[in-house]
Ligand binder design. Sequence first.
Ligand code: ZN
Length: 140
Amino acid sequence: MGQIPVAEGIFTWPSDEPSLIGSRCTACAIVTFPQQDSCPRCGSTDMAEHLLARRGRLWAWTTQQFPPPSPPYAGPTGADFVPFAVGYVELGDEVRVETRLTETDPDRLAAGTEMELVVIPFRTDDDGNEVVTFAFQPVT
Ligand SMILES: [Zn+2]
């Protein structure tokens, strides 16, 4: 039993300072997240792994008050469901990442709020492993 990431190749783990793993087109320099095999802008297939900045600015967000459709949602449902916030965080002027937010109080979120990547527990799998996922929290 241990901690396992919700998916491989999404963020560096285990790590004291995890980073999201994106890709960067070597032809036109566009950055994507998650990683892609071909460039959405120029079509090049010469994409290199690119670690994203750990901090960025909140761009837009909303709160999720009920469980999303499953699949693809694989988190807690029914009485175990806890509302969460999702949003877009702009990282290093390179890319906007869709992410969970640790803060669900709308009064504590504002456009431009500085956010930092964290890895948080998501659920426990059938083998007793703690499945972890990434989120962004306001920098205090
Ligand atoms: Zn490109």
